[in-house]
Design a binder for this molecule. Structure first.
Ligand code: FES
Length: 116
């Protein structure tokens, strides 16, 4: 969707609508057009060796189609570099309609829609 002249992508994550500007913080790619996948988690033994990998569908990620940076779909935080994150917009769903209520500067805390 377009809001205030900015392209914004909408995702439904665990029943909550999340909105991000469609601009990757890496090199400006159309990040919201990337795939949304389950997060791959490593299972470690007591020696910190990987013994298994599993997909955690409850914590999906968005993969930027340009260079593959991966972002937490709920918060916008980059999985491999927490210093960068997607610019989040505050989204509110009312009566089956989604309203964008302004952009945030930093991702909201997990489970919160308070993006500022
Ligand atoms: S522009 Fe998104 S990973 Fe490079």
């Amino acid at each position: 969707v377009s809001a205030e002249g900015v392209e914004v992508g909408l995702l439904r994550v665990g029943g909550t609508i999340v909105a991000f500007e469609n601009v990757c913080p890496h090199q400006g790619g159309p990040v919201c057009q990337g795939e949304v996948l389950g997060r791959v988690e490593a299972v470690l033994d007591d020696q910190k060796r990987v013994v298994q990998e599993r997909v955690a569908d409850a914590r999906p990620v968005v993969v930027c189609p340009w260079h593959g940076h991966t972002f937490d779909a709920a918060t916008g935080e980059c999985i491999t570099d927490p210093r960068i994150h997607l610019r989040r917009w505050r989204a509110v769903e009312r009566d089956g309609r989604i309203c964008l209520a302004g952009r945030g500067q930093r991702p909201a805390a997990e489970g919160s829609d308070d993006a500022g």
